[in-house]
Design a protein around this ligand. Sequence first.
Ligand SMILES: *Cc1c(COP(=O)(O)O)cnc(C)c1O
Length: 230
Amino acid sequence: MSSPTLADRLALVSGGVADAAREAGRDPAEITTIVVTKFHPAALVRELHGLGVRDFGENRHQEAQAKAAELAELDLCWHFVGQLQSKKAKAARAYASVIHSLDRDSVVDALAAPENDDAATVIDCFVQLNLTDDPGRGGVAGAEFERMTERVLATPGLRLLGVMAVAPLDEQPRHAFARVREYSERMRALAPEARYISAGMSGDFREAILEGATHLRIGSAITGNRPGPG
Ligand SMILES: *Cc1c(COP(=O)(O)O)cnc(C)c1O
């Protein structure tokens, strides 16, 4: 049997998303699948666009910026899902429609729209929650979550969509995503419209959907193995 094509893998994941949504009693149409194309060439993004994909995720600024420039003629929605340095934040704002990884005051401040600039575009964003005790993993600690939420809400030019998280390697994904759902409820107590949840990757999107995820970030299950490190 020949190995599955990109279209096969995309269809398999779409089917899995629809199945999990049904299992959760949810409408699959309320779930956005972002295909994470880090380390893959722009040609793969073009191929996925031909298959109907519009939402793409990248986790390194320079690579994302280059791909967005190369594919500028396509109607793509770029999601930045990696660690963002404050000095790169303004440049990321230029091509990214959504930033999933707000976890530092300096990045929030750098993304703010210039004062008195009513024409400045609004950028959608998620506060990333760190579900581990390791500060190196990215995301704010639980104890900082509400404070960071308030800061984003007070920053002009940012529209808070919700909470983003990555399930820890040493915790059952369903359990981890249940914790994310609790934080989502805490955020909605402060900002009722910030109801979205960015959670679920290739290996755990079913569990994420069962716990309310609205934005899946799926790489290798669709793209195949990443070339090089990743
Ligand atoms: C790479 C990456 C993903 C996708 O990972 P897969 O396991 O390949 O699906 C999702 N989220 C973030 C933040 C990533 O860096």
